[in-house]
Design a protein around this ligand. Structure first.
Ligand code: 3EB
Length: 301
């Protein structure tokens, strides 16, 4: 895949994935729940250039850019500093590129729910991300995912998709916008949009979506009900984006499942509710302890 022209990025999932010394290759420290995990490939119709700048890896072609950073938190004072450094480095790199419109971001960190209250690790991550974003996203945040992994505990992975044209942010009328969450969810509200329509309007990049209604988590301890609520949120998001209802065989989704024991049930329900839709089920922790499942992905027109 890396040898094929037009390959912008290839992702391997979990500890069984190979490693490659190519800036377009990224190991995601999330285990697939249905072995073996497929690779995810991004490609463009044209030549791709790629390189590294410090710890940052990037590739670009046809107006699209992939950039990634894998950091060791122990190289920083704490998670907040590591997250800030990641976003500063990505931001500094992106602004000097033609492809400086960041459409979509993914964040994977260890032990995301460790710590209580304002010092829970997810909330420290949100603070560092907010620090590192500085003024770069003052016109609005990209779509995003933030999930806890069970790989190397101090490994922080952040990657993005950017474009030389802006996308269009989409919010979900069933949910309070994340950046307006009340104080109880942390000192720095999460900085992401619910979805981003790609520049040509031919696809929607969908942020991590869970059983959040208003700003509250719904159906604590009930994975089936949380999944139904998540699907209702996804439908509302499609409607809000002006897209037809439903997902199809060209709509790749990821389902992040907190408890591996819930996976068979969640996968069965998804196969029933979204027949034919390619869903990659991964073992990952949602950023609120009571949330057991989260879905993100793509909807093509
Ligand atoms: C939520 O609705 C669930 O911090 O980047 C979803 C997507 C969530 C992205 C992020 C968090 C993030 O608040 C959590």
């Amino acid at each position: 895949m890396l040898a094929e022209p037009g390959t912008l990025a290839v992702f391997g999932f979990g500890s069984g994935a190979p490693q490659h010394d190519d800036p377009r290759w990224l190991n995601i420290p999330l285990e697939g729940l249905e072995a073996p995990s497929p690779l995810e490939v991004w490609h463009v119709q044209g030549p791709v250039e790629h390189g590294r700048e410090g710890a940052l890896s990037w590739s670009a072609g046809e107006g699209w850019m992939f950039a990634s950073l894998t950091l060791d938190e122990r190289d920083f004072d704490d998670l907040r500093q590591a997250a800030a450094a990641a976003y500063e480095a990505l931001g500094e790199f992106v602004v000097q590129r033609d492809e400086h419109h960041v459409l979509r971001l993914w964040n994977y960190l260890g032990a995301i729910n460790d710590g209580d209250g304002d010092v829970e690790r997810y909330k420290l991550f949100c603070e560092g991300r907010g620090d590192g974003m500085r003024s770069q996203f003052k016109h609005g945040f990209p779509a995003a995912t933030a999930i806890g992994h069970h790989g190397e505990p101090h490994c922080l992975v952040v990657y993005l998709l950017a474009c030389d044209k802006p996308g269009k942010r989409v919010e979900n009328p069933r949910q309070v916008s994340a950046w307006q969450y009340p104080r109880r969810y942390g000192r720095t509200a999460p900085s992401f949009a619910r979805a981003m329509a790609l520049p040509e309007g031919d696809a929607l990049a969908i942020s991590g979506t869970a059983a959040v209604v208003g700003h509250s988590s719904a159906h604590a301890d009930d994975p089936d009900a949380q999944l139904e609520e998540t699907l209702a949120n996804l439908e509302a998001l499609l409607a809000s984006a002006g897209m037809p209802s439903g997902f199809d065989t060209r709509s790749p989704l990821k389902a992040y499942v907190r408890r591996a024991s819930d996976a068979p049930r969640i996968i069965e329900l998804l196969n029933h509710r979204l027949p034919g839709v390619p869903v990659l089920a991964l073992h990952g922790d949602v950023c609120r302890r009571e949330l057991l499942v989260e879905i993100d992905g793509w909807r093509y027109v």
